[in-house]
Design a protein around this ligand. Sequence first.
Ligand code: 5GP
Length: 190
Amino acid sequence: MRLLKDRILRDGRIARGGILKVDEFLNHQIDVTLLNEIGKEFKRRFKDKEVTKILTIESSGIGIACITAQYFDVPVVFAKKSKSKNINGEVYQSTVYSFTHQNFNEVIVSKNILRKNDKVLIIDDFLANGKALLGLLDITGQAGADVLGIGIVIEKSFQPGGEAIRARGIQLESLAVIESMDESSLKFKE
Ligand code: 5GP
């Protein structure tokens, strides 16, 4: 998606540890006009899918998922990062390692909210090692819901997440794929 790639080149900042900071338009300040175009593009790429729910993970996926959901006319569910160890069986739960915070989080979705007959589109901001997506797939698996596709705003293909997800046969659409980056350069996969 040209508009997104141009914005990454203009306002993205490469931090240490293979992290791209996009606080100017996606992760802190949000450019809603850009997000609208991102939502439209996800709708175009998944136009034949009869999605019933969009699933994302707290917190940076929520804004993207909400705007995208307007084009599908479906609700958004976000997996909550729960501190509680006192789980009573009314939630689906998975453990997710955070690439940016370098810690483990328990993420939960209420059993009332995600159901067996749901057809899910998963949306997130970044795909790096794939741990966040694997956690969400674990949760949809526990629910018995179908995953019709995964939409990612920025995939870093020099990390192994994309390959692992595609190997599962799930339609994965990333709007900008970064092949390589270091402190002085960033290259997109064409
Ligand atoms: P993964 O679970 O695929 O390793 O990492 C995905 C999650 O980590 C995303 O939800 C995102 O919040 C965060 N993340 C991974 N890589 C980056 C990055 O380069 N920049 C930012 N801002 N977040 C990232």
